[in-house]
Write a protein of this length. Structure first.
Length: 213
């Protein structure tokens, strides 16, 4: 009877071992800025039971991504064992991101009596500054500058430049008017009679002459 029990247990474990587990990671990649948080999603399909999950950085045998690792200590929040069992959730959330966190992250799921299974990986990119400002071609052609970033977009209208022709006309027109007036006055003096010249130069005399004194 003993050997029958051993054979039965071995058969059960062997049957469980051939069942496949599929690990699904999402997203494939994501980009963040320093100080933000990143959620690395991981679920699995297939049989469930007594099991656990682990995240690795770099490759399947890379450093563990958890609060037990110095570089991630205090910054990793993992799905609970209840969520792992009931909701098949093996996701983690990394907070206070740093540029050094940039890398390739792999989710590993393993159950008792089965071989471990791995996801396809998630690439996390943490930039060293703000996301680049985008200037559109439409904004350039209309004299507007359009910028975009993590929090929204804004536009500022550029001041129109003064045309050189308009500036030249604004200076030359008054000068031409002065020259024309000067020429007219000189011409009037040349064609005037002596009495007119005296009247023009002596207002008092002109006034008395008009009154007949």
């Amino acid at each position: 009877m003993h050997w029958i029990a051993v054979t039965w247990i071995t058969a059960v474990l062997s049957a469980a071992a051939v069942e496949n587990i599929t690990v699904i990671q999402s997203p494939n990649s994501l980009t963040k800025t320093p100080g933000q948080a990143a959620r690395l999603g991981c679920t699995y399909e297939g049989p469930s039971g007594i099991g656990s999950y682990t995240w690795h950085r770099g490759n399947k045998r890379g450093n563990e991504v958890s609060n037990n690792t110095a570089e991630f200590r205090g910054r990793v929040f993992s799905a609970s064992q209840g969520d792992f069992r009931d909701r098949r959730d093996a996701s983690i959330r990394i907070i206070d991101l740093k540029p050094e966190d940039t890398g390739f992250y792999i989710c590993e799921v393993v159950f008792l009596g089965m071989r471990e299974a791995y996801g396809t990986g998630t690439t996390l990119i943490v930039t060293r500054g703000k996301l680049p400002i985008l200037v559109t071609q439409t904004a350039i052609s209309t004299g507007m500058t359009s910028t975009s970033g993590n929090n929204g977009s804004s536009a500022a209208e550029s001041k129109p430049a003064i045309s050189p022709f308009v500036f030249a006309m604004a200076v030359l027109v008054p000068v031409l008017i002065i020259i024309v007036v000067t020429v007219i006055v000189k011409y009037s003096r040349k064609t005037a009679t002596p009495e007119q010249l005296e009247s023009m130069s002596n207002p008092l005399y002109a006034d008395m002459h008009d009154r007949g004194e």
